[in-house]
Structure formats: C-alpha cells, structure tokens
Ligand binder design. Sequence first.
Ligand code: HEM
Length: 89
Amino acid sequence: MRRPSQDRGGRGVAPPATAAANLTPGPAGLGGWTYAQFANELRSGKRSDGTRLWTPMADVIPFARNMTSTELQALWKDLRCVPPVGKGS
Ligand code: HEM
C-alpha cells in the first residue's frame, strides 16, 4: 500500500500532516483506478485494502457521501481530463 507523502503531487509535509493525494490520471495518481474504485473509496472512506483514509480526507467523506452518482461521475470525468503529473508521467 502507498503511504502518505509517497508519489503525491504536493510538497513533502511534516508529520502529523498528511499530503493530499495525486488525483491526476498518471501512474503516480489515479491512472490505474476504475470509476468503481473511486466511488467506493469516496463513499466508504476506506482504501481498496480496507484501511481508512486519514484526516483531512476522512473529514471530506461525509460530504462526498451526499454527492449523487451523477455528480461523482462528473468529478471522475473531470479528473481524467487534467494532465498527469508525478513519477512515470
Ligand atoms: C471532491 C473533492 C475531493 C476528492 C474527489 C478527493 C479524492 C481523494 C481520493 C480518491 C483520495 C485517495 C487517493 C489514494 O488513495 O491514493 C484522496 C486522498 C486524500 N485527500 Fe482528498 N479528495 C477531495 C477533497 C479533499 C480535501 C478538501 C482535502 C483536504 C482538505 C483532501 C485531502 C486528502 C488527503 C490528505 C488524502 C490522503 C489521505 C490518506 O492517504 O490517508 N481531499 N482524496
């Protein structure tokens, strides 16, 4: 499993801060993800390995759960259109 601060888009941050995830479509981001994975993670607050997302993302999940499928799909399509950044892009 990727740990926070690895392969992330932002600058390194000191613990206990958590670096935001790279959501671009490259290999360091959500390149290999399916929409189902994306939607499941935002609805459950858990990664595909069952571990919980850390704060502040954990605090976003109650709001993400209120999004309709149409809104989530629009968000996903939008994220697929941004240029990939990070390792392997
Ligand atoms: C609609 C808006 C958002 C979407 C679609 C989104 C999506 C995601 C996804 C899919 C991940 C998991 C990536 C992975 O496992 O590699 C993630 C992680 C993360 N997000 Fe968000 N996010 C959003 C808003 C935010 C906001 C507002 C913040 C900060 C205030 C934030 C901070 C983080 C952090 C710190 C992580 C890493 C959490 C961890 O690895 O435990 N996100 N985000």
